[in-house]
Design a protein around this ligand. Structure first.
Ligand SMILES: Cc1cc2nc3c(=O)[nH]c(=O)nc-3n(C[C@H](O)[C@H](O)[C@H](O)COP(=O)(O)O)c2cc1C
Length: 449
């Protein structure tokens, strides 16, 4: 039986993924700005031996015709939010084994500063950091906030490629892993093991010396989730874990195959890439009870949120179109995936679907056995290596999964009963090394070895 990897999705804001479920009586997400909320959730994940807690992020806000609709504040749709890197650092002393995977965008910040921030968390967590690399699908309003030019969708990925070159040079090529000697009778750092970096790329320039020395993993474990054609090519080049979003064996299997084929084109071992499917699970003792629970959760969300939230991801106001308009007629330079995934459907269909699941796939709803069966079918049939559980309410949906579904997966031998490997890369990629595999493009910059 295949050993599954399991992470839990969350983010430091009141809602996520285009839905607004904060009003549900059991949902604690409105306390996202309290460290207690995160400590409790991380503890729940670690006690269940999950691979990692994932913190999503975004820049910008929802806008329709240049205005941020009041509904966004009324429902806490996209703002306010806190910095996932700071939150992950706060969780380091509260956890021992749990991986901490945070999202950071390559579009607005300089690679030189992000490299040091991520290295700091990898260092103090002793190699438990993952970085979900995004180019920011919500880039239009973020560009206003940063005072930068609007950059088109595919150009943002070219920029991200250049960004990665700089961080690889800093993480892999500047300080050798054994550069720090710390010998009071000798040297602190061996100057022969510290190398200058030089980068003159199309988007970024950086010359000199990296701040942080080499950390336990060197480069944090790299996650990626772009599902446009260009996004997938970027993910297959740099990503070690790829998040897939979709439903059913055929669709998820198609995405997993496509990303592994792209990895081969990039000169990498396709099996070293781990494909993790984002899944929303609603589980109760019986199938009928689970369906009732799902409808009751959805009913806590006001319908008005749908238009604003779709605009937040795409810049498009669906209420201004005839509901019969085919989705193929729409275009965005923001997240193209949010148009492409609804191919063959109308604007009216999408308004209904978005209310039910936002950017997620339709939930898997059923008894514990139903859900475990479906996950096992996906794991085998779609060639995915595990799941990112995307809870509807927190921590309730995470606890439901852990209490009802995980024991079945364990009984079937599909999930671990304890932590063995120490660093996140050893646990997820499993090649016995905390460092990037040799066929990864970042490893090219270890020019001294
Ligand atoms: C599980 C999962 C998590 C994601 N997390 C984030 C995130 O935290 N921030 C973000 O901007 N996009 C996130 N995305 C979206 C993608 O990374 C990507 O930005 C989006 O699909 C737009 O790029 P594309 O047009 O190349 O698909 C996530 C996607 C998935 C499937």
């Amino acid at each position: 039986v295949k050993q599954l990897h399991v992470g839990v999705f969350d983010n430091p804001q009141a809602n996520d993924t285009g839905m607004a479920l904060w009003r549900h009586p059991e949902n604690q997400r409105m306390h996202f700005d309290r460290l207690d909320y995160w400590t409790e959730l991380a503890g729940i994940c670690e006690e269940a031996h999950l691979d990692f807690l994932f913190l999503a992020d975004a820049w910008g806000w929802a806008e329709i015709n240049g205005e941020r609709p009041d509904i966004c504040s009324v429902e806490g749709l996209e703002l306010p939010r806190l910095d996932p890197a700071a939150m992950a650092a706060a969780l380091v002393p509260k956890t021992t084994h749990l991986g901490l995977v945070i999202t950071a965008a390559t579009t607005f910040e300089q690679p030189y500063s992000l490299a040091r921030r991520l290295a700091t968390i990898d260092q103090i967590s002793d190699g438990r950091l993952g970085w979900n690399i995004v180019t920011s699908g919500t880039a239009d309003t973020a560009a206003l906030a940063f005072g930068t030019a609007q950059i088109k969708h595919d150009d943002r990925y070219d920029m991200a490629d250049d960004f990665m070159e700089v961080v690889y040079k800093l993480w892999e090529g500047c300080w050798e892993p054994d550069a720090l000697v710390r010998d009071k009778a000798g040297v602190f750092a061996d100057p022969k093991k510290v190398h200058r970096i030089d980068h003159d790329g199309p988007f970024f320039t950086s010359h000199g010396w990296g701040n942080a020395a080499s950390t336990p993993q060197g480069t944090p474990v790299l996650f990626q989730a772009g599902s446009s054609g260009r996004g997938r090519r970027f993910g297959a080049t740099h990503g070690e874990c790829i998040f897939l979003s979709g439903s059913g064996v055929e669709q998820l299997g198609g995405y997993a195959t496509a990303v592994r084929e792209e990895a081969v084109n990039a000169g990498r071992d396709p099996q070293s890439l781990k494909a993790l499917a984002g899944v929303t699970v609603v589980v109760a003792p019986t199938r009928e009870a689970a369906q009732r629970k799902h409808e009751e959760i959805l009913a806590s969300q006001t319908p008005e949120i749908t238009v604003a939230s779709y605009a937040w991801f795409t810049g498009l106001d669906l209420s201004s179109y005839d509901p019969a308009t085919p989705m193929e007629e729409l275009h965005t330079e923001m997240s193209q995936t949010q148009i492409e995934r609804f191919k063959g459907q109308t604007v009216g269909d999408v308004l209904r679907a978005w209310h039910r699941h936002g950017v997620r796939a339709e939930a898997i709803v059923g008894s514990p056995e139903d859900v475990a069966d479906e996950l096992c079918v996906l794991a085998e049939g779609a060639d995915v290596d595990g799941f990112l559980i995307t809870p509807l309410i927190q921590p309730g949906s995470t606890v439901d999964f852990i209490e009802h579904v995980l024991p079945i997966l364990k009984k079937r031998g599909a999930f671990r009963s304890g932590y063995e490997e120490h660093t996140l890369r050893e646990r997820l990629i499993g090649q016995g090394s905390p460092r990037l595999p040799d066929d990864h493009p970042g490893a090219r910059h270890r020019h001294w070895s």
